[in-house]
Ligand binder design. Structure first.
Ligand code: UD1
Ligand code: CA
Length: 416
């Protein structure tokens, strides 16, 4: 693959159909904004330049973008052709192929894009559309072919007649162009359509009429091109992404008892031989060692680190908490902002009272500690190595090593 390739990511749209205050590309899929998946793709393929077009609520979206990705702002959302024009303004002087990606198509795989670019370059195309076949193509632009079966245009659904609506070959939205030819053709696009927008897809018929070489490259797995326009699409894509994540973990030796009922955020690290029971929810930035048991019905939130051989059972919620090797927290607990040592036992119903209404505080529990059932630890507080707390105790003061405390508020056993 020759690397004279620049990529533009179109992400200025409002996402009206989401009916949301959040910009569409920031809606999350398996715990991270959908845009991040597209940015990863651009980064992994090591393109010469990456430009992203933002518009609607660009101040918010900007925060998620880092150099070397360039940001350009589309002032008025006049359509995808106008967005492409905006992007080309930051690619002055660049010669070669521009690849258009959409911020709302997060399932695309690297191999697919490589295949598309290879086809485009080897056949010396001026434009190549990544197409796909859908049994229910509604919402997508349809691929028009001439009598020799060559691609000659794209018709948006809103502008299509009944015959065209029956076409099952669709435009995924991913297209690569010769940059200079795209640049000059963009000035010929007119908003003569139902939406009164400047359509990038019109470039295909413009190229065709000029006698430029236009091709279609068929996507093998239509799922990759699923675009997100509505909440339903979001849920569907989320399910597919979750399947990919879970299958990736299983390949690395993690035991998911019922993968279709296990919800693990993108980027979660889990060691081999750890068993995750159903209805466990694992949010972002969580790390789990090997030979652990998690769930069923565990909720591991951000900043949870669980070391080898630990057990976090049913109805346990953790956040910003480290649980060291072989420690057990088997039944309904809330463990927040806590640092828990090795070989300890956290009894059923233990709660870290980490929030005083204003600030969060840390609970420290040492190695070989026994926390009795229904203990409340009012943070900041520490229970040192080998200490024990009685059932129902409320810990408001530090407990020294080896001491047993009981009661409300908890006191050392000998003085009770
Ligand atoms: C678009 C394609 C359609 C294709 C479908 C695939 C056009 C005209 N139509 O339709 O052929 O089948 O994608 O999912 O291109 N955007 C901007 N600025 C704008 C308008 C849109 O940056 O002024 C961005 C959006 O943020 C989005 C992308 O372009 O990421 C596509 O726009 P959208 O309105 O979702 O197009 P579709 O109707 O889905
Ligand atoms: Ca779309």
């Amino acid at each position: 693959m020759k690397n004279n390739i620049a990529v533009m990511i179109l992400a200025a749209g409002k996402g009206v159909r989401m009916r949301s205050d959040t910009p569409k590309v920031l809606h999350k899929i398996c715990g991270r904004p959908m845009l991040d998946y597209v940015l990863d793709l651009a980064r992994d393929l090591k393109f010469k330049k990456t430009v992203i077009v933002l518009g609607h609520r660009h101040q918010e979206v900007k925060k998620f973008i880092k150099p070397p990705v360039r940001i350009t702002i589309q002032k008025k959302l006049l359509g995808t052709a106008d967005a492409a024009k905006t992007a080309l303004n930051s690619l002055k002087g660049f010669k070669g192929t521009v690849l258009v990606l959409y911020g709302d198509i997060p399932l695309l795989k690297k191999e697919t894009i490589k295949g598309l670019l290879k086809y485009h370059q080897e056949n010396m195309m001026d434009a190549t559309v990544l197409t796909s076949r859908l049994e229910a193509p509604s919402g997508y632009g349809r691929i028009l072919r001439d009598k020799y079966a060559g691609v000659c245009g794209i018709k948006e659904e809103k502008d299509a007649d009944d015959f065209e609506k029956d076409i099952k070959e669709i435009n995924t939205g991913i297209i690569c162009f010769d940059k200079d030819k795209l640049y000059s053709a963009l000035s010929q696009v007119r908003p003569n359509n139902r939406k009164k927008e400047y359509y990038l897809t019109d470039i295909i018929s413009i190229f065709y009429k000029k006698g430029y070489l236009v091709g279609g490259y068929r996507l093998a797995d239509a799922v990759e091109a699923l675009g997100i326009n509505s909440r339903r699409d979001l849920a569907r894509v989320n399910r597919i992404m979750q399947k990919r994540i879970n299958e990736g973990l299983m390949e690395k030796g993690v035991a998911l008892v019922a993968p279709e009922f296990t919800f693990i955020s993108y980027g979660t690290k889990i060691g081999p031989d750890t068993v995750i029971y159903p209805f466990t929810v694992i949010e972002g930035n969580v790390k789990i060692g090997k030979h652990c048991q998690i769930g069923p019905f565990a909720h591991l939130r951000e900043g949870t680190v669980i070391s080898d051989g630990a057990l976090v059972g049913n109805f346990v919620e953790t956040a910003r908490t480290a649980i060291s090797s072989r420690t057990l927290a088997k039944h309904f607990c809330y463990l927040g902002d806590s640092r828990i040592g090795k070989d300890s036992n956290i009894g059923a119903g233990t709660v870290t009272a980490n929030f005083d209404g204003r600030n969060k505080h840390i609970t420290r529990i040492g190695d070989k500690v026994f926390i009795g059932s229904d203990t409340v630890l009012v943070a900041p507080v520490e229970v040192a190595r080998g200490a024990k707390t009685g059932a129902g105790s409320v810990i408001i003061k530090n407990v020294s090593s080896g001491t047993t405390v009981v009661g409300v508020p908890a006191k050392p056993l000998k003085s009770v």
